[in-house]
Design a protein around this ligand. Structure first.
Ligand SMILES: Cc1cc2nc3c(=O)[nH]c(=O)nc-3n(C[C@H](O)[C@H](O)[C@H](O)COP(=O)(O)OP(=O)(O)OC[C@H]3O[C@@H](n4cnc5c(N)ncnc54)[C@H](O)[C@@H]3O)c2cc1C
Length: 396
């Protein structure tokens, strides 16, 4: 594929945010170039793949206008469907709530989203790394050659380490607790609960974070840990914590230790919220690049796609002369800003609580199942706020 010399919109990154942004801008008749450094869209996998069904997403982010690709996607993108979320306290006591969701095959899902963008008329350039942006000239290099392409609008959907955000001065605050390392295995030969997504807590296994087991159906599962470096014990890294969880956790290891590791997955998860600015006069950032993620559970697929849709639509409105590009910042915050901000606030309250097993046991015991669901959705009922603040005071 040889790109044109210029486009209305250039989108950097063909993950959920970028492909959604490209689809919505192209649908409005804009010429769009979507560039990704991956040779194979969706690969390597960097996700657990859990996506709540739309009825839950409508509770999670009630003001958001969901993209059509979140409402409907091919069944070939779904490994399995689960109906329950379970929290396992350090003392082994568990509690949970009903929540229906699909466990996606992100390799297929990301390809599906890119193909929707292409169907709307987007030009897709894979295996091409964006290496520099000079004003609105994007310099890229890869399998199809080196090009300098002009865009009227640039959308940075290039993930948690966004070079677009950095090059336009839109980075998040440098809070070391605002970025989590996620380390994951895709396993076969395991006997896990096929109906539930499980989250395990305990400072010896995941200090200041949690471990997950997400069934892929049959005898397969994704297991992982999300953990901040500041909480690592000396000489331990994320992989060591995951191995300890898989082979030594008193409950989880019984289900996992005989499993075979099919793939090793790692990535960063931005749990520090959005930067103060997400739009300039010619550039927008969306998805992980803009901190569009629920910090209490590390879920970012749906919020990335909502952010991408708003970015694509705002770019089109701007190019049609009906709004300023900076309007984007206001638009996405109106649709999901409160939930993202609240989830970061809750995460900060939980940071200390999760470092003490006895206090984490008390938190899981005290908070009801329905309150847990609310907290997972980035909401903070007054009673939970008081409980968490009280538990926090006990630590200080
Ligand atoms: C291990 C792990 C497990 C997770 N599990 C879940 C889960 O179960 N459910 C959930 O909702 N969320 C989960 N998340 C979070 C979720 O994966 C992200 O929030 C989501 O992928 C964000 O989408 P995005 O489009 O913003 O970014 P990404 O999916 O990261 O896509 C960014 C794209 O930009 C491309 N790119 C980057 N830089 C350049 C460049 N310079 N030039 C060209 N291309 C570039 C990359 O190749 C990539 O394809 C998980 C994350 C990790 C790391």
């Amino acid at each position: 594929m040889i790109p044109e010399k210029s486009y209305d919109v250039i989108v950097v990154g063909a993950g959920p945010a970028g492909s959604t942004a490209a689809a919505y801008a192209a649908q409005r008749g804009m010429s769009v170039l979507l560039v990704d450094k991956k040779q194979d869209i969706g690969v390597p996998l960097q996700c657990g793949g859990f996506l709540p069904h739309t009825e839950t997403l409508k509770e999670l982010i009630p003001s958001a206008d969901l993209p059509f690709t979140l409402e409907e996607y091919p069944s070939s993108c779904i490994h399995t469907t689960t109906s329950f979320q379970r929290f396992i306290a350090p003392n082994g006591i568990s509690k949970g709530f009903d929540v229906k969701g699909d466990v996606l095959d992100r390799r297929r899902f990301d390809k599906y989203l890119a193909s929707v963008a292409a169907k709307e008329g987007t030009h897709l350039l894979v295996a091409t790394n964006v290496i520099e942006i000079k004003e609105t000239n994007v310099i890229m290099d890869g399998a199809f050659g080196r090009y300098e392409v002009k865009g009227e609008v640039i959308i940075g959907a290039d993930g948690p380490n966004s070079m677009v955000a950095a090059s336009k001065g839109m980075q998040r605050s440098p809070d070391p607790l605002g970025m989590s390392t996620a380390f994951e295995y895709e396993l076969c030969g395991v006997d896990v609960d096929k109906e539930a997504v499980e989250m395990y807590f305990g400072k010896d296994y995941v200090p200041g974070g949690y471990a997950w087991i997400i069934s892929q159906g049959k005898d397969r599962a994704n297991i992982g840990v999300g953990i901040r470096e500041a909480f690592f014990s000396e000489k331990m890294c994320a992989r060591d914590y995951l191995n300890r969880f898989m082979y030594e956790h008193p409950i989880a290891s019984e289900k996992l230790k005989e499993g075979t590791i099919l793939s090793v997955i790692s990535g960063l998860v931005p749990v520090g919220g959005a930067p103060s600015i997400t739009a300039t006069k010619n550039t927008l950032i969306a998805g992980d690049a803009a901190g569009h993620l629920i910090a209490t559970n590390g879920g970012g697929i749906s919020t990335a796609m909502v952010g991408g849709k708003i970015a694509g639509e705002t770019a089109a409105d701007f190019l049609e002369g009906t709004c300023k590009l900076e309007e984007y910042d206001f638009r996405w915050r109106a649709q999901m800003g409160l939930e993202i901000k609240t989830s970061v606030y809750i995460r900060k309250l939980m940071d200390k609580i999760m470092l003490s097993d006895s206090i984490m046991n008390a938190a899981i015991k005290t908070i009801s199942s329905s309150q847990m669901k609310a907290v997972q959705c980035g909401k903070l009922p007054e009673a939970v706020k008081k409980t968490l603040q009280k538990l926090n005071m006990g630590i200080n």
